[in-house]
Design a protein around this ligand. Structure first.
Ligand SMILES: [Zn+2]
Length: 328
């Protein structure tokens, strides 16, 4: 038991009390013994808060995963110590989330008249909380692209990621400006998720004329030009933090063969056995070393270099890399 989990526990008290009140109001509509057992579960959670045992696994006394507690403050065991029935239910959720997510991933390589894409998506578990999107727009020549990172891990994060994807897919049909698109997506994400849920995101449109791009709190995409690399800093807050968030758009023109590279921090924050980060500098070097090769070879080289850097250290975060290249 530690001070951190005691503080976290107290923040759950209001929602547990609210749950109790709602349950009491619905008392007549559920069977008596079911009602009694639900009330007992809530009261037990309140007691755990009072005694400082909230969020502590009853089997191993380690902390229960924060994202699972956030979604269900009644959980009593960490993922490693679920009952057989809970384990089965958890595996079913995971399988379904994996299925949903794999259907949402775009085709790996899209080749249009002016643009070519290539991406790599490596979730750390069965499902990822990274968002990777490529959609060919109605004119058949332009492309919407995005890479995002949803706060949290596991099934909960992957469901938020699918939610984000659904928001963008429906808004894209409205033919909005990019700034409006991101503002609207932010508002919808804000209004439809819990306050603790947010996502960093870079998205843009590549058309015949060039690229417009918006960075909402995400790690800076890289524009690999001839002889120089440019970082595109964030110009807005992550989605889901403030409903009235404002977003600005940056316009770029790419010469033939130049690439725009979007990635998630699972790449730059990959660690070696000594605990050092891979970092943006090494990513830039790896990209530049292979900038004359195909986008596919470039993407593979980066991931190989990250794996070489990590050595035996296992990945702790999802990794996404997306390359949008102006065709020669
Ligand atoms: Zn445990």
């Amino acid at each position: 038991m530690n001070a951190a989990s005691a503080i976290a526990g107290h923040s759950f008290r209001p929602q547990l009390l609210e749950r109790r009140t709602r349950l009491q109001a619905a008392a007549g509509s559920v069977p008596d013994d079911y009602f009694t057992s639900l009330i007992a579960e809530i009261d037990a959670a309140l007691t755990r808060i009072d005694t400082g045992q909230f969020g502590v696994c009853e089997s191993c006394h380690d902390s229960i995963e924060a994202d699972r507690l956030a979604h269900n403050p009644l959980v009593r065991f960490c993922l490693d110590h679920l009952s057989q029935a809970e384990l089965r239910a958890h595996q079913q959720d995971l399988d379904l989330a994996t299925q949903i997510q794999s259907k949402l991933l775009p085709p790996r390589d899209i080749a249009l008249e002016h643009w070519q894409t290539q991406y790599r998506y490596q979730p750390v578990g069965a499902v990822g909380g990274d968002y990777c999107e490529l959609i060919v727009l109605d004119d058949g020549k332009s492309l919407f692209f995005a890479v995002g990172d949803v706060a949290g891990k596991g099934v909960a994060a992957s469901l938020l990621m699918t939610h984000l994807s659904a928001i963008f897919r429906s808004l894209l049909s409205l033919d909005l400006s990019l700034a409006d698109l991101v503002s609207r997506a932010n508002r919808l994400f804000c209004e439809s998720t819990a306050p603790a849920h947010y996502a960093t995101l870079v998205c843009g449109r590549a058309t015949e004329e060039g690229v417009e791009i918006c960075n909402a709190g995400h790690c800076p995409p890289l524009l690999l030009g001839r002889g120089a690399t440019r970082r595109l800093e964030s110009t807005g807050l992550p989605l889901g933090l403030f409903c009235g968030g404002q977003y600005t758009v940056c316009h770029l023109s790419l010469d033939d063969g130049e690439s725009l590279v979007l990635y998630s921090d699972g790449i730059t924050e990959a660690q070696d056995p000594a605990g050092d980060d891979y970092q943006e500098d090494r990513l830039i070097r790896s990209l530049c070393d292979h900038s004359e090769q195909s986008a596919e070879a470039m993407a593979d080289s980066v991931l190989k270099d990250v794996a070489r850097f990590r050595q035996t250290r296992p990945p702790v975060d999802d990794m996404t890399l997306l390359i949008v290249r102006r065709r020669r």
